[in-house]
Design a protein around this ligand. Sequence first.
Ligand code: NAD
Length: 473
Amino acid sequence: MATKFDVVVIGGGPAGYVAAIRCAQLGLSTACVDRTIGKDGKPSLGGTCLNAGCIPSKALLESSEHFHKIKHGYDSHGISVSNLAIDVPAMIARKDKIVANLTGGIESLFRKNKITWLKGAGRLLPGKKVEVKFADGKPAETFEAENIILATGSAPRSIPGVHIDDDCIVDSSGALDFTEVPQKLGIIGAGVIGLELGSVWARLGSDVVLLEAMDTFLAMCDEMIAKIANKEYTAQGLDIRLGCRVLSAKGSKKKVAVEFEDQGGAHSITFDKLVVAVGRRPNTEGLNCNEVGVLLDERGFIHVDEVCQTSQPGIFAIGDVTRGPMLAHKGTEEGIMVAERIKGESARVNYDTIPWVVYTSPEIAWVGKTEKQLKAAAREYKVGAFPLSASGRAQAMDETTGLVKVLADAKTDRLLGVHIIGPNASELIAEAVVAMEFAASAEDLQRIVHAHPTISEAIHEAALAVDKRAIHI
Ligand code: NAD
């Protein structure tokens, strides 16, 4: 007879592993199926985020930022360093160690919570069953489940005419494992991944060219912030070319020839390495959704309602494989919500207060609506902005490029969006998220005491500016 669990989670990324832990905490017998094989050739938990996404990219962003700052950023402090060098294999080894620590950490959390880790690929069978094909070649086994959570994540999208050869032409995972700094690096797509990985290698000395299909840079961001970012990244050496349609890329003899066209006509450009970062697609292939009646939406994501229930009772979908932003923390919160709902609680995710972060330098972070979205919705709003050039702390740090913008409802004063570009924006945005979660007004932010001197004062000042009463501008 098949082994039966209260919950079987398919996918052990930040959505799936957190769902499994929360289920186990709530006393549900839980198994988590995951097929990822780590860089050491062994099964590894943590999904894309830990193995080939958020964490490794942040490790490399950190290393490369130190290198870049020592090389270019300390002159004004009176600090100069000679004979500076980057040991790329050492930098990559540090990144791999962080990944191993964290993925190993999840393994021990699974042991502690008595979660059964099924190392292989899972697929749905009718009657709430999951078949697992084990990575070590053991015969496939079928498990029964009272509830199934699909958390299979996403994979890099490809484009016609460009074949990932994992040598000269790589996807975002490959760009985390270069063994040396490519002299000329091409990146297709100037989205979040393109900009973060482009920043890493540009800081270490690559000539980076980003070929972006859209005419607008960082279209999902506040327009003013996208403009500042474009100027800043360009000054850092990123050659961002908008409105480019890539026709083909061919790798030969350690070079890649890319054909593309823009308004000016057809062009050809040669790189040492090419990264394809044109978005990600949901991992639903081989999951058997159609056969068991789990509906997909028109874009291929698993169709769910607002509490992640699929079209089949007892089967849920969370994280990148379903609608909404492809952000680890969105999937994590969905995982917790679904676990608690399975247990009979009434948890929900507030999709209006999910923070976004781009980990470039300066960082970009925002929560809530942009001005463009508010205009499109014909919502009346007030704006307050404060430039970091007027912040004492930013001047002391020598990091005055940036801005905080606060948007509030014209009638009720309720916060509608907060947008930041500047140092530590990824951490600063938490204040705005908490404020919005508690339905704060601009006046609430105005009356909160902010420590001096900190960059967070810029949030305070931007909130004051909403009512034209900023002090330092
Ligand atoms: P993205 O959607 O952010 O950017 C992809 C870019 O590629 C877009 O600007 C798009 O216009 C462009 N593009 C698409 N097809 C193209 C083509 N044929 N030629 C040239 N350009 C083309 O996607 P991404 O950067 O690949 O990231 C994937 C997902 O992962 C995103 O949803 C992102 O939010 C998420 N992610 C988030 C973070 C973070 O939160 N910091 C980091 C990495 C990834």
